[in-house]
Write a protein that binds this ligand. Structure first.
Ligand SMILES: C[S@@+](CC[C@H](N)C(=O)[O-])C[C@H]1O[C@@H](n2cnc3c(N)ncnc32)[C@H](O)[C@@H]1O
Length: 231
């Protein structure tokens, strides 16, 4: 066999190698707290517009896994832009997973094999089962956050890993006691909390996700990103 033929024998393998090295060599890009070099897990996405905002800025989403609790069918029926957002994300190399529960995700067949630099859940909320300020509703939301933190802790890289929760400020959201929750779980500490500004993520459209208008965005007002690290 001539040299040219030998070279062409495994073209796909060679392509993969090239892709990997070009990714390593490509310029690092940052969007706020997130780098194109971070391995990022997004949890509880709405229409995947937050994931797409990062991916568009990075120029690639090969470093990202974006997840939603909803099935693919349900997600597509709830959000007008879901299909196009997911298509763009997948074209950029993002792994999109459906039916991922934040409270059990550390046992997910794929996620359980992975470790991440950033695990991000923007505006956790179980849905409007009771009045927003009622004890029952607050308890359910607190349980969601606790379950998320417990599971995220297990999927975090030991070196430099961070869990981010963006959350509305004021009543009744301050009753969720995010920081106390992390304390109680153990092994996590609040590293810093910084204001969350939607404009920092062009294209991101925060979604209600529940009720009769799941595709509508909700008023954010003052919000904060809480950043937890392993203690
Ligand atoms: C207020 S919406 C925010 C959606 C999205 N993160 C955003 O910023 O637009 C709350 C999200 O939490 C998700 N959610 C509720 N319970 C969940 C759970 N157990 N695991 C994962 N996601 C959950 C809902 O499906 C919904 O997408």
């Amino acid at each position: 066999m001539g040299k040219k033929e030998e070279e062409d024998e495994y073209p796909e393998e060679r392509e993969t190698d090239d892709d990997e090295s070009s990714e390593e060599e490509s310029e690092e890009r940052w969007r706020k707290h997130y780098s194109s070099r971070h391995r990022i897990l997004l949890v509880g996405e709405g229409d995947f517009s937050f994931a797409l905002s990062l991916a568009t800025h990075f120029g690639s989403a090969r470093n990202m896994v974006a997840t939603s609790l909803d099935s693919q069918e349900k997600m597509y029926s709830k959000y007008n832009n879901a299909i196009t957002n997911v298509r763009e994300l997948e074209e950029k190399g993002c792994l999109v997973l459906y039916g991922v529960d934040a409270k059990t995700m550390s046992q997910h067949f794929f996620l359980s094999t992975q470790r991440f630099d950033r695990i991000v859940y923007n505006f956790p909320h179980v849905g409007f089962l009771f009045r927003e300020e009622s004890h029952c509703q607050i308890q359910l939301n607190k349980r969601l956050v606790k379950g998320f933190l417990r599971n995220a802790k297990l999927l975090l890289k030991k070196q430099g890993g961070e869990i981010h929760i963006s959350h509305k400020e004021g009543h009744p959201y301050d009753k969720w006691d995010l920081v106390k929750k992390a304390d109680k779980i153990g092994g996590l500490k609040l590293n810093q909390s910084v204001p969350f500004c939607k404009d920092d993520y062009p294209g991101y459209d925060n979604k209600r996700a529940h009720g009769t208008l799941p595709d509508a965005s909700f008023h954010l007002g003052d919000c904060t990103t809480y950043m937890f690290t392993l203690a």
